[in-house]
Design a protein around this ligand. Structure first.
Ligand SMILES: *Cc1c(COP(=O)(O)O)cnc(C)c1O
Length: 388
């Protein structure tokens, strides 16, 4: 079956006693066993099935299975936020004294996780320009335990060559870990491009209109220990598993993901082309033909280029004036809601970093980030024009 059919028609693990068409929300903490032996076998992993919802829940398993069949992954584990997925995946891979090679362009909390939280536990980090594969090759040493990047960075919109990085990762037998939040897996085949572990904030496109927080670790199976540690150790000890209500909403989100995404990406391209014509506005969108990442993005992610774009205005004051003038577009963080959102990343998501750190991350005071929604594009353009 094709992806869109799988997104709708993933079979349940067990037939529903009432013939429910949607996977019900199993709002149960624990599960009863027929006898003591089954209970012992389930607890010790010799028999499949849930025992306690911190580590397994039928509604969450259904959601994970849908993602598994859409991506062809070996295993998928769902978490209660994108950050929980990132921190748990990294905790499955890192240890004291080891290095993470990571892009210098990272989501703010990911950067602070790697350079702050994990550093306190003795994990070291090498921040690099990951579009420069040669620099990565030179930086790998025997204590590097993974390479981590975002497939399209936010808000810089930089796209690294995943195949080139995967060649380096393979050579040194370390996992290539990619946060793919900005382009959904219905459009890509990151496993085929050599990514070993894909991470998604399902809060964004998948949740179906900003309904809920969630995260996914999609394991392509080249490093067995990743899912083993996630399922056998970290779900138990850290306790950040997705809840069944969220899995229900996000399973529903998956059914319409490709349709919503493609419309949002089409709207973003249309807007980017219109904004390109306006004087005094600098547009950054990977789908514009003169964008430096246009070709590599086509090669890796196909025809569409996501629903995130940025515009640069004269200075911070001009950005704040623009935001304050908006009437339709919402001043809010988050990405890929059904409604269009605008934010000034330098003063918000990256507001607590130092000027020097922002400079190193290329987070500019002049940049407004737009997440383009499902409204009529002409209304969006009118709002942007009057706000300018
Ligand atoms: C939002 C986001 C995250 C964090 O996800 P949450 O669900 O908010 O925890 C991580 N990476 C990227 C690229 C994001 O956009």
């Amino acid at each position: 079956m094709k992806k869109q059919t799988k997104a709708i028609d993933e079979p349940f693990c067990r037939k529903d006693p009432y013939g429910a068409l949607s996977m019900p929300v199993y709002n149960s903490v624990a599960y009863e066993f027929d006898n003591a032996q089954d209970m012992a076998d389930t607890f010790c992993g010799r028999m499949k099935g849930p025992d306690y919802s911190r580590t397994e829940n039928p509604t969450v398993t259904y959601f994970e299975n849908k993602v598994k069949s859409l991506t062809g992954a070996a295993d998928v584990v769902a978490f209660n936020s994108g950050m929980a997925a990132i921190s748990n995946a990294l905790m499955a891979v890192v240890s004291e004294g080891k290095y993470i090679i990571a892009s210098r362009h990272l989501f703010g909390n990911t950067l602070s996780l790697i350079t702050g939280t994990l550093r306190r536990f003795g994990v070291k980090v090498i921040l690099l320009d990951l579009t420069d594969a040669k620099a990565v090759e030179e930086a790998v040493n025997k204590d590097v335990c993974c390479i981590f990047l975002e497939i399209m960075t936010n808000p810089q919109l930089e796209v690294a060559d995943l195949k080139a990085l995967s060649v380096i990762a393979r050579k040194h037998n370390i996992p290539l870990i990619a946060d793919s939040t900005t382009i959904p897996f219905t459009e890509t085949d990151l496993g085929g491009l050599g990514v070993d572990v894909e991470i998604v904030s399902s809060t964004k496109y998948i949740s179906g209109g900003a309904t809920s927080l969630g995260g996914l670790v999609i394991d392509y199976g080249r490093f067995d220990f990743v899912s083993c540690r996630l399922r056998g150790e970290l779900l138990f000890n850290i306790g950040a598993y997705m809840t069944p209500q969220v899995a229900y909403m996000q399973s529903l989100g998956l059914e319409t993901l490709a349709v919503r995404y493609n419309k949002q990406a089409e709207n973003a391209l249309w807007l980017a082309n219109e904004l390109y014509k306006l004087p005094g506005v600098k547009v950054n969108y990977v789908g514009l033909k003169d964008n430096p990442y246009y070709e590599i993005s086509r090669k890796q992610f196909g025809e569409t280029s996501g629903a995130m774009l940025t515009i640069d205005l004269k200075d911070r004051d001009a950005c704040f004036r623009f935001l304050n003038n908006l009437k339709l577009i919402r001043r809010a963080t988050n990405l890929f809601d059904n409604r269009t959102l605008a934010i000034h990343p330098a003063s918000t998501i990256f507001g607590l970093f130092t000027d020097q750190q922002r400079k190193e991350m290329d987070v500019l005071d002049t940049t407004i980030r737009l997440s383009v929604g499902l409204e009529d594009v002409e209304d969006l353009l009118d709002d942007i024009k009057q706000a300018l």
